[in-house]
Design a protein around this ligand. Sequence first.
Ligand code: SAH
Length: 385
Amino acid sequence: MSKLNDLEIELESSTSDVDVPKINLMGLDRDAMEAYFASIGEKSFRASQVMKWIHQVGVSDFAEMTNLSKTLRLSLSENAEISVPDIISDNLSEDGTRKWLLKVPGKSAIEMVFIPEETRGTLCVSSQVGCTLNCSFCATGKQGYNRDLTTAEIIGQVWLAKHLLAEQYKTDNRIVSNVVMMGMGEPLMNFDNVVSAMKIMQDDFCFGLSKRRITLSTAGVVPKIDELKEACPVALAVSLHAPNDELRDVLVPLNRKYNISELLAACNRYVADSQRARITFEYVMLEGVNDELEHAHQLASLMKTVPGKVNLIPFNSFDGIDYKRSSNSRINRFRDILHNNGVIVTIRKTRGDDIEAACGQLAGDVMDRTRRAEKFRQSRAEKIQ
Ligand code: SAH
């Protein structure tokens, strides 16, 4: 055989061996799933069938999808997959809160948390590996940023939690009744993937959660708030944390781009055509920083301009951070001023802090692409010296 023939054979076999990555059906919302089946010459009702198998029944092996033809099952197993992040660790808090550390490609890890309460069970889901926003009091911010999560990695958290909690609670009843996009990352900075994942959460063939049971929390990416209203109008929470721009510029640096008045205008547009909808404004209580009497009065004035309620979050500390949690008496005083000025206000109960699962403590393991994590470590080391 001539050298040329050898080469041809080699080329042929190498092209046929080229690994075409399998498409992960976990991450396809209804439109994407229908488009996928159309692209392989199948009818659109296959989308409902397969979504039901994946998300309701919890099947990740095509062989088990008994209402699909054998040929289709075989071709799906050759070209597609159903995969979710691997679990690195699984911790149960004394108060029932459960936190998982999940491995994602890129040598990183993310966290998700389940918070059981008497009348509901809330899953707190991550949207990015790290975060770009660098809020001064947030552990995730200190870790820097690696990348956005894919839709499959976001909805994969809900999928995993649903099945792991069914084992823990020995029931298939709806244990995850609410989802909050309040884990690691800024969900509106990973808009498309987060919206697709929230559509899968709402789909009747998947998790069937109503839009009121899904809350997206944002530090205030103003143009995306308007887009969210069009694309997927779920409940909105806004991380306000300061009642004036001077202070908010420091605590939430994104404020330098979209200030409080622009943010509140976007909030008003978000709820404009709904009588009942309210925005939740999150306000972390930092001793001596944003918890003075004047701050409470300023916040009460702001709240007269937007249909909302305030959720005071006692600051959760983490290694290397200088802020302190406001004392209970200061938190109560702050709440009373708001309340006396007609603002609806609640204090968030701290859950799961024995396993570092409380708000703002989620840090995962981020292979930082910014220099932020390094800088934070350096500044801590300097302080210790
Ligand atoms: N990036 C989004 C989603 C994160 S949600 C956002 O900013 O809203 C996490 C919530 O916990 C936010 O309100 C965040 O500001 C708050 N948080 C962050 N660090 C915290 C801490 N150390 N203690 C208490 N709450 C914190």
